[in-house]
Design a protein around this ligand. Structure first.
Ligand code: SF4
Length: 167
């Protein structure tokens, strides 16, 4: 694939850590147009598409759900996902662009796994963590006796909490 000098110059404006990937993406889209030379226009179009994607990603609310490890032995989490998919109960405040980026268990009493997983989720831009209803209610299982410590672990990291999922 050939590159016009202006196109190569424009490519240099793309941050170095994503430039190689951007170059491959641009060449693929130019190939699809049946061309074998990248023009300045091609690079600008790609930058616009990329900008729109970044903007969308910035606006998207990223949600994670932590749930009880003991309850997870009998519950696959269907009700949590149903409530999210229909934006019901504790998910009713989200718009259609919100997405679940993590669904994990506490790792068993006293829930220390949460501490490390929140770090990992923060790298993926998590905005809010829901404590699943199974941690908060007495329904076949007692309420989580460690809920306050788990909440503190999350809040100390600066991540917002919503209490509940489908109940
Ligand atoms: S710490 Fe709480 S949520 Fe985790 S397994 Fe124990 S009871 Fe369940």
């Amino acid at each position: 694939m050939d590159w016009e000098p202006e196109a190569s110059k424009e490519l240099e404006k793309i941050p170095e850590h994503v430039r190689k990937m951007a170059k491959m993406g641009i060449e693929t889209s130019v190939e699809k147009k049946g061309k074998n030379t990248v023009t300045l226009q091609d690079v600008r179009e790609a930058a616009e598409r990329f900008g729109a994607l970044m903007e969308k990603d910035e606006k998207t609310t990223k949600i994670a759900v932590v749930r009880c490890d003991i309850v997870s032995e009998t519950c696959p989490g269907v009700a949590c996902f149903k409530a999210f998919n229909k934006r019901k109960v504790h998910f009713s405040q989200y718009d259609k662009d919100a997405e679940i980026v993590g669904f994990f268990t506490c790792g068993g009493c006293p829930g220390r796994r949460v501490f490390r997983l929140v770090d990992s989720l923060m790298k993926h831009g998590v905005d809010v963590i829901h404590l699943s209803s199974c941690m908060l209610m007495e329904m076949g299982y007692p309420k989580c006796p460690h809920i306050d410590e788990i909440k503190q672990m999350i809040l100390k990291k600066g991540v917002k909490i919503v209490e509940g999922t489908h109940h």
